[in-house]
Design a protein around this ligand. Sequence first.
Ligand SMILES: Cc1cc2nc3c(=O)[nH]c(=O)nc-3n(C[C@H](O)[C@H](O)[C@H](O)COP(=O)(O)OP(=O)(O)OC[C@H]3O[C@@H](n4cnc5c(N)ncnc54)[C@H](O)[C@@H]3O)c2cc1C
Length: 430
Amino acid sequence: MVPGKFRAIIIGGGPIGLAIANGLDRAGLDFVILERYPAIASDSGAGIMLWPHTDKTTTRLDGTPLRSSSIFKYLSDKFVPFGSISHFSFTKPQFSHGYPCMNFPRPALVQTLFDGLGAAKTKVRTGANIDNIEMTEKGVRVHLHDGGIEEGSIVIGADGVHSQTRAIMQKLAEQAGDDFAKDEDPIVSSYQIMYGRAKCLPNAEIGTFYETHGTYMSSQVSADKKRMHFGIYRKLPNPTTDLKKEYSEDEVAEFVEAFSDVMVMPRLSFAELYKNCEWTKLVNQPEGLVKRWHYGRIVLAGDSSTMMTAAAGMGVNNGIQSAVLLVNKLYELLSVNSEPDTQAFERVFEEYQNTRREQSQRICGLAARMIRTNTWDSYMLWFLGDVVFPWLFSDEKLIAKAGTDLLRGMYKFSFIEKDLQSGKIPWLES
Ligand SMILES: Cc1cc2nc3c(=O)[nH]c(=O)nc-3n(C[C@H](O)[C@H](O)[C@H](O)COP(=O)(O)OP(=O)(O)OC[C@H]3O[C@@H](n4cnc5c(N)ncnc54)[C@H](O)[C@@H]3O)c2cc1C
């Protein structure tokens, strides 16, 4: 336990805000989460695949593995190029790492992370929308829409793609004469996605992940015992920086019509899936990395700093890695200095940003290549993705390579002692 007056104000009770809170709680560090919605888990939300390194991290939180509605076993038995359906029919339980791939509906994932807080659940404030952040020499003051104020040592912005924390942080820097926002590359959407949930249909195989590739389109569908989750991607005619684009009913209808004859899995058309939907959402998918992840006592994590399409299923997985490194660094700092000044926090945030930005760039690059390959952005990408790779490598080999290159060096909470399970690909100690 690290004694002291430290208190983190986490803006956003999504997966990354909650992962940070779980870490801080285990480290004995105080926090509050401010979530703008009235409840932490809502009824809607995408299907989220957790990769083994995330299971490794979350397992270490309380010693018991996460349980999801379906465990993904990763190995395709067959690949059908030329616009047809690839069956990622998962047959390999522990995915070479000792931990499985698991598929969670977002509400269940958020609920699991919330429950992980135990007695510290009382530190989560819902219906708390932020208005402004004030930075003083000794701390931060967050002003809420309802007139309330939360005081703490630092602010962690885990408030997603449209992060208000990021905007306030950039404004504060500008007011202080450090206008770093002008050096930021614009965040651009080149793809839109319709995602949603449908009731489970008879043709769907539980725990199987179906993916289709086509010219400027792609689909991904998975099923658990109760529900199917899907994402349908389409390349936008022109890339846009309008990240908050709200699609009209007519635009949604046009999208649905454009995909009506696409088979998203054997014997199931998108039209049929859509008829059985419980909810859907059509949005743009921003891609890009923010250059500056911190200023003064404010720091960003998750989608507020790192944006990619959902094609690679990496947003949460990557964001949780940021959460772990940030908490480890705070723990390290507070272990030797219970009341760090702003410069001390800035040094830690800079190290965190430099490490995680580079790692996140690789993940974003992979996700960017993946969506462009899946949607046949060029003849060459189609040829590589749907002909050469499946011919050269089995999915098992591709996944093992991804596991070796991307996953095995990832972080774990430094202050929790617990033996890790491992598989064919051993974890690197971090
Ligand atoms: C269709 C789809 C499928 C996906 N599949 C996967 C997958 O398989 N694997 C994977 O790893 N990732 C996946 N992702 C990506 C993943 O959902 C995101 O990367 C992840 O949700 C980011 O978490 P976050 O906590 O940073 O932000 P968010 O999930 O956006 O959460 C931010 C939270 O902050 C709150 N908030 C926002 N503004 C304020 C404010 N001003 N005040 C207070 N609270 C605020 C929001 O209400 C929200 O609760 C998928 C995404 C989509 C769209």
